[in-house]
Design a protein around this ligand. Sequence first.
Ligand SMILES: [Zn+2]
Ligand SMILES: [Zn+2]
Length: 218
Amino acid sequence: MKIDLHVHTVYSDGSGTVREVLQTARAKGLDGLAITDHATLEGYFKARQYSGGMLVLPGYELSTDAGHVLVIGLEHLPSKKGFVNYEWLVKWARGEGGLTILAHPALNTGKLVRWVNCKTDAVEVLNASYPLSFFVNRGLKISRMLSVPTVGGSDAHFPGGVGDAYTVVEEDGWGFEDFSRALRNGRVAFNGRLSPLASRLRIGFKYLAWRTVFPKNF
Ligand SMILES: [Zn+2]
Ligand SMILES: [Zn+2]
């Protein structure tokens, strides 16, 4: 199964509607995706209505004091709002039955000791929106130090970018529990490529603009 685990929509700082995102996912041959808007599940709930047979995993991206973390599999957010403590979030999500993925870790420096001491369930090695390709190698090194499964996601902020990077899941089952089991057993791998340079730069600028408007959510 090919699943894009990192997608944004108009419900946070993406420009794609949920329908557009799902259309692209289908056109690119994905079997599923996680809508991971910043601190909201609205896009996910919408996507479930239009999924048309595609696996839609619940997800969101939260800003912590040790970088961005994707939470997959939970249909509720933590009651704490805004920036949260990294270790607290990893433990909270696990306790609630969700999975955590360290998002684009190569964009952060100086957090390695905390990541090693409190591991997420997976590391996003290939993020299609990384500004330069050497970030992928840096992500790979980080994942080796954590020795947790490695995944990929597009971090698409526009519909065309969906599926540029994705995670290959060795699992015949269809649902979060099957996905979760495969990930915990390491039967996942990242695949794909970086999005075109122009769109990667656009995402960077847009993110900075949103962070200025909604500093607490980003
Ligand atoms: Zn992020
Ligand atoms: Zn993101």
